[in-house]
Design a protein around this ligand. Structure first.
Ligand code: QV4
Ligand code: CA
Length: 515
């Protein structure tokens, strides 16, 4: 009996471990540096992410991928692996290792986007048009650098006429057929399990802290478990002995499909796509939604359990109409609402938060569809990705948006670190689109998304003092560069926010208090 209990506790500990991002120094958020080169990420860890409290970086897939020339070098070519050599549009293996080392040395974790459901599209052709020039033959399903051959794919199991997923209502086809023609790996096979696990282990040994696992809806949880159970513990040069890799699984579950997020909770965290879709509707005030409805935001909205969720306002897919969420999703293109949504997410205790960092493209929406949703990162004419130049005012140049450097977003990332572990508290709303809430006695956020001014005295829960609003400015040498807030001995403070303000919200926290 006792033995059984011990085994149960051990198993629970083992699986729960893959839910921790292992972020250091009280840092809580991850940033997705979409399509950045390894050399730029290494520099960004040292010069910006560590000093500003970012806990980790989600990187684009580092493995060898197909090179697509029609359309010209789309961003999505990296979701078509042709092998596991660590040589991609972002750089080679040596640059990858240098980035992992330098980021780890300043306490910023690296999470790899692992594409293990499939290889390239069935129409990917034959030849050396891959990021390191390795030969492959999509028609014969021959990927010699792994190696994979025809018998490593699911085609025999898929029962649809096209060989592609035709209905998301049929669990078997979602998992055994091809997602948009991508050659579907047979993860039930020992050889495929061994090769995918070797790939992940190589990265773990290099020092990564975990994985964003692509297309998990399209893999059987049992097969994934077999792969993940082979994962090494994290490299003890940077992580405590016995640390399991952080796993967060891309499953798009907006409800209404037979495959549900909860099937994956045992393996790690899961992306909560309802979060950004609902939040977009709220800040846009669509369908009669209002900020006051956020009072029970989180599990109260039917989202997955807090300790299973990775949350985000937008991701690299739905910011351009791929994946899920549709037009409700707010992105850097709607910067005013975007900053507001990001502040809400970062102030609210629910989930592990991921910040999106994008590149600009020639967005051209015709009948609701972006004609240029394929466009790749800022590149030279030969297709190689441009470096990220930093302007004197700390913004990024050459088409890199760097949302993570926007003052309002960066300061809310710091806010989240300061209030970490504190309860959701002191909620106030006007039954419309003016709301406020705090996090214990450490931080307080006020938002006005109504079409009239906000003018109200609220209980902040904070100790008496003068605080800098970290949305309109910073605390700099014990002075505020933006607005100030006076909190009285009773914890109350007066707030005024114009509905015309570019940023109609304010945030104060323990570390923005003047001495
Ligand atoms: C096209 C047709 C197919 C046709 C095929 C014929 O669409 O119907 O059979 O040609 O050859 C690209 C193209 C796509 C093309 C396909 C294969 O866009 O038109 O098929 O390549 O050549 C990204 C992009 C996809 C892209 C893919 C591979 O979003 O457009 O496909 O990369 O390059 C679902 C999933 C979810 C997924 C989401 C987008 O459940 O898992 O869709 N999200 C993840 C990633 C995403 C990535 C993939 C999965 C695939 O976040 O970025 O897709 O790795 O909801
Ligand atoms: Ca599959």
């Amino acid at each position: 009996m006792k033995m059984k209990l011990l085994i149960f506790v051990a198993l629970l500990g083992l699986s729960l471990a893959q839910h921790s991002p292992h972020t250091k120094h009280g840092r809580t958020s991850i940033v997705h540096l979409f399509e950045w080169r390894w050399a730029d990420i290494a520099a960004e860890c040292e010069r910006y992410l560590a000093p500003n409290g970012y806990g980790g970086v989600q990187i684009s897939p580092p493995n060898e991928h197909i090179v697509v020339s029609s359309p010209w070098r789309p961003w999505w070519e990296r979701y078509q692996p042709i092998g596991y050599n660590l040589c991609s549009r972002s750089g080679n293996e040596q640059e990858l290792q240098d980035m992992i080392t330098r980021c780890n040395n300043v306490g910023v974790n690296i999470y790899v986007d692992a594409v293990i459901n499939h290889m390239c599209g069935s129409g990917g052709g034959e030849g050396h048009h891959s990021s390191c020039g390795s030969y492959f033959n999509a028609h014969k399903k021959d990927f010699p650098t792994v190696p994979y051959s025809a018998m490593d794919f699911n085609d025999g199991k898929c029962k649809t006429g096209s060989g592609n997923i035709e209905s998301y209502n049929d669990i078997n086809q979602v998992r055994d057929c091809r997602l948009v023609s991508l050659l579907d790996l047979a993860l039930e096979k020992e050889h495929v399990r061994a090769k995918t696990a070797d790939y992940m282990n190589k990265l773990i040994d290099m020092g990564v802290a975990g994985f964003r696992v692509d297309a998990c809806k399209h893999m059987w949880p049992g097969d994934m478990k077999a792969v993940f159970d082979r994962m090494h513990n994290l490299n003890t040069h940077w992580f405590a002995g016995g640390s399991r890799p952080f796993i967060f699984q891309e499953v798009i579950d907006l409800g209404g499909e037979p495959i549900q997020s909860r099937e994956y909770f045992g393996l790690g965290r899961v992306t909560e796509f309802k979060y950004g879709a609902r939040l977009g509707n709220i800040v846009r005030k669509w369908n009669g939604e209002k900020l006051s409805y956020l009072k029970n935001w989180g599990e109260g909205w039917g989202f997955m359990p807090n300790d299973k969720a990775v949350v985000f306002v937008d991701n690299h897919d739905n910011q351009r109409g791929h994946g899920a969420g549709g037009a409700a999703i707010v992105t850097f293109w709607d910067s005013r609402l975007y900053k507001m949504a990001m502040a809400l997410m970062l102030a609210h205790p629910y989930g592990v938060t991921r910040v999106m960092s994008s590149f600009r493209w020639d967005r051209r929406i015709v009948n609701g569809k972006d004609q240029n949703d394929w466009m790749g990162p800022p590149s030279f004419s030969n297709g190689s990705t441009k470096p990220v130049p930093i302007n004197p005012d700390t913004t990024c140049g050459d088409g890199w948006v760097c949302e993570h450097r926007w003052r309002q977003i960066r300061n809310m990332v710091i806010f989240r670190n300061v209030v970490n572990g504190q309860p959701f508290s002191n909620w106030w709303d006007n039954q419309s689109n003016q709301i406020a809430f705090g996090r214990g006695n450490q931080g307080f956020l006020v938002i006005n998304n109504d079409d009239w001014n906000l003018d109200v005295t609220l209980n902040t829960g904070l100790p008496a003092g003068t605080y800098c609003d970290v949305i309109s400015g910073d605390k700099n040498e014990n002075r505020c560069t933006g607005k100030q807030v006076q909190v009285g001995g009773d914890g109350r403070a007066h707030f005024q926010i114009s509905n015309m303000a570019e940023d109609p919200f304010m945030a104060i926290h323990a570390e923005s208090k003047l001495c």
